[in-house]
Ligand binder design. Structure first.
Ligand code: WTA
Length: 650
């Protein structure tokens, strides 16, 4: 299918860092010609080293690679101290609360706040280099201070998204063996207070590695207090000094863990290390958003996800940009909130998820026209494929047909963008992530690593290690190797497989077709179907369950569960199917959180299984989508179950 092509705006391209496709190609060629030379010179140019590195890349223990060995640096220094000479009074963070309260945090303010926070962790709680600190926070500046304070003293932070339940939080705390939890009493959403501290209390019930809980006061609601364990940030911070020496970290010391869903029930603690991660965070900020010194940049993600890590905190701050941080929801109090903020802050780069674009579109087709959005220069999307109609609306109504859309493809594991248009160079096509960034060797291949022809779906791989690549799954080397390097081989060596399918078009552009594993993408959030199944199976009455994704007009994908009960309704303890459904969703809320609530639950007498007992999920996916069943069902243990299930799905 030939797609419409939109060429870069020449006015914009003139001043862009990468101005045309020749410049892009020259960079990519340089990387291919001398991979280590390419990355080594950027690492020298972009990062401030306490001690220089002696080796750019060591692949001898692949896939456990090392970048910039011998080098020492500190990520908080990269993000703050080095800007103090020239940007002391520049806004680092522009914060807007749900209820419209505002704060401007300059680089100097950030320096003091982070140092005080770091001193608090070190001196009051005895947090040391390598200790794990879980951050369970709302979107308030203290969350960014907490991240950078950990980075300053060499502690490893693990942020858990505030929408996760106590059980999910507990699992993540336990897996990381965390010593400290940083949280808030709660925050505000849609003008109403909501609570986080009670969730932490529940997660820490029983035996735990956590010694201290630090509570930031945000909504001042009353919370339970465990003497000797819980401490008030607002009290302790007053006593801390404004100066805290930054720990010189090895390039390959861990910086953070971020748990993400895989195709088994247990989330994976994706590990990122210091130098390679921060280098790529900064370079992609510069290349992909092309942020200039006086620009204001806004990414609407939550810091609980990788997008918030790299593109609200580490990326913008490492390049000395001004980053907007927003506590609320872009559609509250009305569909114009996001556009009003763009107008008020004169936002130049706006970065959000297709699901948000779809909601904003639905709520107000011409709403953006009511605001002055002329400051916008670049629009970005991330997290899921964007459908051409949402793309068009974003391009025309929001960007005034003037702003390039960077459809950034990447993952928690890649640390930063890997496939994306460059706003001043790449001709763009709706719904297409286009080309690998310079230095990224991404290929669509078959299982043996052979490159696919155009229009043939294959497996999207990154065939050479890159600086911000995942360094491991916390505590599970085998799973790391198996999850990412076990499926595709090239020249006898496992290569990094993203888990996504993709295809080349006639111009060699890459279009992402979606996950090839049992991971679904709900509102841009990765959800392992196995995790949802494990939660549902905890209900006593459930004999068996299978969860699949189903297209959803707003969320991208919705969660569709097939449930087999142990007893008939009459013999169960429930009075109606609605009651069971309610109970099952309660179970999900308890085990994972509201983000994993099921859109559909269908009660079925059995599941389609092969004779060896394997559930045929493909059939279940087709039924959920209302598609014709094209696969051979004669090998099923009970082929008639397919018709039965179909009749039960509305
Ligand atoms: C999907 C989010 C299509 C993909 C940064 C990937 C995308 C998963 C895009 C990672 C895009 C991300 N187009 N699909 N531009 N960006 N994805 O780890 O399936 O939360 O594997 O990281 O989101 O999700 P994660």
């Amino acid at each position: 299918m030939i797609k419409e092509v939109f060429k870069p705006n020449p006015e914009f391209a003139k001043n862009a860092r990468i101005k045309n496709m020749c410049e892009y190609q020259a960079l990519q060629d340089a990387a291919i010609r001398d991979y280590e030379g390419f990355w080594g010179s950027y690492a020298k140019e972009k990062l401030d080293w306490v001690e220089p590195f002696h080796t750019v890349l060591d692949e001898s223990n692949f896939p456990f690679v090392k970048w910039f060995e011998g080098g020492k640096l500190n990520v908080s220094t990269q993000c703050i101290d080095r800007h103090l000479d020239s940007r002391k009074n520049k806004a680092a963070i522009l914060f807007e609360g749900d209820r419209g309260d505002k704060q401007t945090i300059t680089y100097l303010d950030l320096y003091y706040n982070v140092n005080r926070f770091a001193n608090l962790l070190k001196n009051e709680f005895g947090v040391k280099k390598g200790d794990r600190v879980v951050i369970y926070m709302p979107m308030i500046p203290e969350a960014a201070y907490a991240m950078l304070a950990c980075a300053r003293i060499g502690a490893i932070h693990s942020i858990v998204f505030g929408g996760f339940s106590a059980e999910a939080l507990k699992d993540r705390i336990e897996d990381a063996d965390a010593k400290v939890v940083i949280t808030a009493d709660g925050a505000y959403r849609k003008d109403k207070p909501y609570m986080l501290k009670p969730v932490v209390d529940e997660a820490l019930n029983g035996k735990t590695s956590v010694e201290r809980v630090l509570v930031v006061e945000r909504n001042n609601e009353e919370v339970n207090w465990v003497e000797g364990r819980d401490f008030s940030y607002n009290e302790l911070i007053k006593k801390q000094s404004n100066e805290c020496e930054a720990e010189a970290m090895d390039a390959e010391d861990p910086l953070f863990l971020l748990y993400t869903s895989g195709s088994t029930g247990k989330p994976k603690g994706v590990q990122h290390n210091q130098a390679g991660y921060i280098l790529w965070a900064q370079m992609t900020m510069e290349w992909v958003f092309d942020v200039k010194e006086n620009d204001t940049y806004w990414c609407t993600a939550d810091i609980g996800w990788i997008t918030g890590h790299t593109y609200i905190v580490y990326g913008p701050l490492s390049m000395g940009a001004t980053t907007v941080m927003f506590e609320g929801v872009p559609t509250y109090p009305d569909a114009g909130r996001a556009w009003k903020m763009v107008q008020d802050y004169k936002v130049n780069q706006f970065y959000t998820a297709p699901t948000a674009i779809r909601v904003l579109h639905k709520m107000g087709e011409h709403e953006p026209l009511k605001y002055d959005l002329s400051s916008l220069k670049v629009l970005g999307t991330v997290g899921e494929p964007i459908d051409p109609s949402a793309w068009k609306w974003y391009y025309e109504e929001v960007g005034g047909s003037r702003c390039p859309i960077v459809d950034t493809y990447w993952q928690t594991e890649t640390g930063g963008h890997v496939i994306s248009p460059l706003p001043g160079a790449t001709p763009i096509k709706p719904g297409c992530a286009t080309l690998p960034l310079p230095g990224i060797i991404a290929e669509i291949v078959d299982k043996d690593g052979n490159k696919k022809e155009h229009d043939e779906t294959g497996l999207l791989c990154i065939t050479r290690p890159w600086p911000s690549m995942i360094r491991g799954i916390w505590g599970d080397k085998e799973r790391f190797i198996k999850s990412y390097f076990g499926d595709v081989k090239q020249n006898g060596r496992g290569v990094y497989f993203t888990g996504d399918g993709a295809l080349y078009d006639e111009d060699g552009y890459i279009t992402i077709t979606g996950r090839t594993d049992d991971v679904i993408n709900v509102s841009g959030h990765r959800m392992g179907t196995a995790e949802v199944e494990a939660a549902l199976a905890k209900e006593d009455e459930v004999a068996e369950v299978a969860v699949v994704g189903k297209p959803h007009p707003i969320k991208g994908e919705g969660i569709f569960a097939y449930v087999v009960m142990k007893h008939s309704l009459k013999d169960s303890r429930f009075e109606s199917y609605e009651a069971i459904e309610k109970e099952l969703n309660e179970m999900i809320k308890k085990e994972i959180g509201n983000i994993a609530l099921c859109d559909d639950i269908v009660f079925v007498p059995g599941l389609p299984k092969t004779r060896s007992g394997k559930i045929m999920r493909r059939i279940l996916r087709s039924i959920a989508k209302g598609e014709e069943i094209t696969q051979d069902i004669s090998t099923l243990e009970d082929p008639s179950i397919v018709a039965t299930i179909k009749s039960l799905v509305k």
